[in-house]
Design a protein around this ligand. Structure first.
Ligand code: ZN
Length: 475
């Protein structure tokens, strides 16, 4: 039988606020354990939460960018469970009345567009973190992350392949970064993803039993985990078994997932409205102010590149698919307004090397200003396109200024007729037989003369000028 997967993603994004969701403690990553804490975020008796207004604003930005309805009144709820990294015994989240609902994200998939529904975006606080390595008989707990603001973005069960799930997560991450509400750093846990997966026979409308894969914190893990889980479920179904509804953990090193616990239902958490927090009211005027101040999003940026910079839609899409790439490109055209040439260097030479080295553009040694200078020197005839490739290589390796490289390597293109003419004359004089043959009609000998002059000038002759001078002298 042929099966198809039904996949939905729950994405947790850490909001880029300075302080936590319900207290003034800093959210800085990497601080020594339990230094960014206070009575509120450590859940001490009598401590009262106070909602962070900026966190709400960031969550609304996400809701608006993902076409959601923003609830004028939403409610914070206590999600009760016991875990050592959660001293309060409950997590403050939203449940029946989330801040944002009913949105969508149009996903680009190999040239086609697919609409993925966003069921809800709710706000919640993060939990602390258990440290198991510090001591061989005890575990330690670090509460620095406790109460750091998160949004959880829940997609509909609309994804039908690993590729679709990856494309959706990439695009979602990109939008959150454009909105400047999440740094998108998956290694540090600022963006993590749970995947709900079930399999059903192709053509069937009903969903199969789903399992949930927890805490996938890289695109590679997401891909591997979903692929593994699809095959595992097919094997269970083919053997006549039943897929158990459960939560599973992905083990990248072992290349498999393992059952963590049988899946809990919402009623297991005994959610109820948090009595310490009044309902969150979003006034219409505030909502409109946030809408009016939304930063430019990938789609708008793409359209602007086509309209104002004359790039093709394809080029514009490649440049805007990663906010950092768009940022690099815009910085470069700020130094030298040659969009198409800069786009070509960025999307082919630079990204080609970065992809091969598994780096992103923020890690490149080349600066936008240096790349702009390189393009300027090609356009003003100082160097040829061919020389530029060599200069680029050095720039990529050690981040040097192209002007310095051009000077050090004596790479100036010769574009002065007075400098080229004596060289041409000498070569024509030394090859009288070929000159006669050319004049008798063997015009493809032009390439031979060009080659000779190039050899003599170590490739530095301006090719257009050289060709024109040769034709004039031979004609
Ligand atoms: Zn605190």
């Amino acid at each position: 039988m042929n099966y198809e997967p039904v996949i939905g993603l729950e994405v947790h994004a850490q909001l880029l606020t300075q302080s936590k969701l319900f207290c003034g403690c800093p959210t800085t990553f990497g601080a020594p354990p339990n230094t960014n804490i206070c009575p509120v975020c450590t859940g001490q008796p009598g401590a009262l939460p106070v909602l962070n207004r900026t966190a709400v604003e960031f969550a609304i930005r996400a809701g608006l960018a993902l076409q959601c309805t923003i609830a004028p009144r939403s409610v914070f709820a206590r999600k009760n469970y016991f875990y050592p990294d959660l001293p309060k015994g409950y997590q403050i989240s939203q449940y029946e009345r989330p801040l944002c609902e009913h949105g969508f994200l149009d996903c680009d998939l190999d040239g086609a567009t697919k609409r993925i529904t966003i069921q809800r975006i709710h706000m919640e606080e993060d939990a602390g973190k258990l440290l198991h390595d510090a001591h061989d008989r005890y575990s330690h707990v670090d509460l620095n992350r406790s109460s750091v603001p998160l949004i959880e973005i829940v997609s509909g069960p609309d994804l039908r392949s690993t590729a679709e799930a990856t494309a959706y997560l990439k695009q979602l991450r990109n939008i959150l970064m454009y909105l400047r509400i999440c740094d998108g750093n998956m290694q540090e846990g600022s963006l993590r993803c749970d995947a709900n997966i079930s399999m059903r026979p192709v053509g069937s409308k009903a969903f199969g039993t789903r399992t949930e894969l927890k805490n996938l914190n890289s695109f590679r893990f997401l891909e591997h985990a979903i692929t593994y889980e699809m095959q595992r479920q097919i094997a269970v179904l083919e053997a006549g078994g039943r897929v158990e509804q459960e939560t599973r953990l992905w083990d990248e090193a072992a290349g498999r997932s393992a059952s963590l616990r049988s899946k809990e239902e919402a009623h297991d958490y005994r959610y109820f409205p948090d009595p310490d927090l009044c309902p969150l009211q979003v006034e219409a005027a505030w909502l409109e102010a946030i809408r009016g101040a939304l930063p430019e999003l990938p789609q708008q940026k793409m359209e602007r590149y086509v309209r104002a910079l004359g790039l093709s839609e394809y080029d514009a899409r490649v440049l805007t698919a990663d906010q950092q790439v768009a940022h690099f490109f815009e910085a470069a055209i700020g130094h030298h307004a040659s969009p198409k040439a800069l786009c070509n260097w960025i999307t082919s030479e630079l990204q080609g090397r970065l992809n091969a080295a598994n780096l992103d553009i923020a890690q490149a040694k080349i600066t936008p200003a240096h790349l702009a200078t390189l393009v300027k020197r090609i356009e003003d005839g100082t160097i040829t396109g061919k020389m530029a490739k060599g200069v680029f290589e050095v720039m990529y390796q050690d981040g040097a200024d192209p002007e310095t490289i051009i000077q050090q390597q004596g790479l100036k293109q010769v574009s002065d007729p007075a400098a080229l003419e004596p060289v041409i004359d000498a070569i024509l004089a030394a090859n009288a037989a070929n000159v006669a043959a050319y004049r008798a009609g063997k015009t493809n000998l032009l390439a031979f003369f060009i080659g000779q002059v190039m050899k003599q000038t170590k490739g530095q002759a301006n090719p257009q000028l050289l060709q024109a001078l040769l034709k004039k002298k031979l004609g």
